[in-house]
Design a protein around this ligand. Structure first.
Ligand SMILES: NC(=O)c1ccc[n+]([C@@H]2O[C@H](COP(=O)([O-])OP(=O)(O)OC[C@H]3O[C@@H](n4cnc5c(N)ncnc54)[C@H](OP(=O)(O)O)[C@@H]3O)[C@@H](O)[C@H]2O)c1
Length: 282
């Protein structure tokens, strides 16, 4: 496992920074191999061909295993994407089938694509409009957990704390992860993140760089970059990890991969952390 992993409430080692594979298209295989070679051990994908080439992620994972990286050292996370998040022309399951069957078909397709017998983490890509429907999906995910297809479950794009609490309350297998867009429009999910911290749910953030150019361009972060001799992106990623957030990282640059994995070789002090928190309005 990549250095600096944490253990989730489900007992699964999870790297503190994860490589995201969205929008890599035909470059997916080469970039995932490069990311693992650079030192990433966490890989995020989805059963959503509109945005992710999951089979190429699997081809890359097979490549790196042939090169000597054991499957057990990798954290492989994918998602079941409900039909309204799919390209209607390219859905990895039968959208006319009952929801339970859609999920089973999607996860079997993901396991095939990823050339693995188990996932480390399986996320529901978004809650449904009704709690009843979300729980209907969740119970199928729980069956997949019971059968060993995945070592933990999680939810993504869940910005309403009441929705998360209801899911958590009714789930037999509790969500170990929430994966949300980390941006100003949701107030950076502050109450939701607080609740996650209190309940042992790990918060993964996506679009951490793309949604926050104002933070990266700020004088505060620029000064901290100078102070620590690092880039602005490194400072912000280090800040996030020190808050307990696991950032997803979507770089296509080998230099950025190496740079971002190096964030654990320095630390921000309380004053530095406070400066960035104030900049974000806290
Ligand atoms: N659950 C969901 O609904 C959902 C939605 C969106 C994304 N995601 C996940 O989140 C992952 C990351 O998303 P993202 O690619 O939008 O966000 P990101 O990692 O915040 O942004 C990546 C962009 O930032 C640039 N960048 C500049 N300096 C960088 C540095 N030091 N390190 C990394 N990137 C740097 C990259 O350019 P270079 O390529 O030139 O480095 C790239 O254009 C996705 O791949 C996916 O796995 C999930």
């Amino acid at each position: 496992m990549q250095d600096n992993s944490l253990i989730t409430a489900a007992g699964v080692p999870m790297p503190r920074i994860i490589y995201g594979t969205a929008w890599k298209k035909e470059r997916t295989r080469e970039l995932v191999v490069a990311a693992v070679t650079a030192g990433f051990r966490g890989i995020d994908t989805a059963g959503q061909p509109r945005h992710y080439a999951e089979a190429l992620v699997g081809a890359a994972l097979a490549d790196v295993q042939r090169a000597g990286v054991p499957r057990e050292s990798l954290f492989v996370q994918t998602k079941f994407t409900p039909a309204d998040g799919q390209d209607p022309e390219n859905i990895p399951y039968d959208p006319a089938a009952p929801l339970e069957e859609q999920i089973r078909q999607s996860v079997e397709a993901s396991l095939g694509n990823l050339q693995t017998s188990y996932l480390d983490s399986l996320l529901l890509h978004s809650p449904f409009n009704s709690h009843v429907r979300t729980m209907q999906a969740w119970q199928t995910l729980e069956e997949l957990y019971d059968s060993g297809r995945t070592r933990q479950l999680g939810i993504s794009n869940c910005y309403n704390l009441d929705v998360l609490k209801s899911l958590y309350g009714d789930a037999r297998v509790k969500p170990a992860v929430v994966q949300n867009r980390f941006y100003a429009q949701t107030g950076y999910d502050a109450p939701l993140r607080q609740w996650c911290a209190e309940n042992g749910v790990i918060y993964q953030g996506f679009w951490t760089l793309t949604a926050n150019p104002h933070i990266l361009a700020s004088e505060t972060v620029r000064d901290l970059a100078i102070k620590h001799g690092r880039s602005e992106a490194q400072v912000f990623y280090r800040f996030l990890t020190q808050l307990g957030i696991v950032p997803l990282n979507g770089t296509t640059s080998l230099a950025h991969m190496r740079e971002d994995l190096d964030i654990f070789s320095f630390a921000l002090d309380m004053g530095d952390m406070g400066d960035i928190l104030r900049l974000m309005g806290f």
